[in-house]
Write a protein that binds this ligand. Sequence first.
Ligand code: G3P
Ligand code: CA
Length: 325
Amino acid sequence: MKIKVLAGVIVTLAALIIVVLGVFRIMADVQPGRDASAKLGIPYPTVIAHRGASYLAPEETMPAFLLARELGADYIEMDLQRTKDGAIVAFHDDTLERTTNVKEVFPGREKQFINTFNLGELKRLDAGSWFNKAYPDRAHPTFANQKILTLEEVIAVVEGGVNKPGLYLETKSPERSPGIEKLIVEILALRGWIGPNAKKGALIFQSFDAASLAKFKELAPEVPRTYLIDEDMARKESWSELVDRAVAHSGVGPVGYLGFPWNIGKAHKKGLLVHVYTINELAHIRLFSFFGADGLFTDRCDRLLVYQGRTLPAQPADILKKLGY
Ligand code: G3P
Ligand code: CA
């Protein structure tokens, strides 16, 4: 009798879970996301190497970008900032403290914003040794003294291999660098990433700053744009309000915490793509893929590619070795 009751409970629970998952999937309304991706030439579901293959190499440095390219990521994501002398560099934080030796090279300037440094100064910094100290299990002696890269240098990386990933470019703190959008567009146009011969879907702009996206829309309306959304923004405005603002662009990029199927579905219904950040754990990759995300920003592009059934050309450690790291 007891076994019968237990079996009944298990079957009921299993049925309930299946129903709930089915409802989630319906809520996510996946087809419009698929259609919007196809229309824009964006691979579906798409693999976005967040700051390069940044789990395995120092973020936004040469080995991280090269490794992401060689692994076969669809896009290389990076954060762009303008230096004091007008160069565009790939760098995430406002200050140089966390990921460089600024304290040793420019004592007293470690709290200064990156846009108070000129490119020559930034090129004197070591942007790799912090990684070796923080992650000794993933360290490589050749990561030491990696340099902060310009946008032009990263373009050369993505154009330089057999795999040709796209560029997924974020303006970071754009309010501190007025005119940064124009500089970025000029660099890309000069290299054929914008203009009549540009490859469809190869370039996506992204920002938490709607004004920055509006500038890109004015300068290069044909390039897709993703409106990034974090917890703070979602505390101040409802998901519907944020999605309504994003309708001027191509998609939303919510933090994982906001990637519920009902949120994803709402965005899809408005014809928007949903690329969720930053998803590294396999369980989370499974979850957000099931919830209908059209792509994921991940530090683990190796893991996401495998999850999607795409064959890695070799193990990441072997690729790094072949690349000379
Ligand atoms: O661009 C998506 C994601 O990178 C946004 O967060 O802080 O890593 O730039 P963050
Ligand atoms: Ca970013």
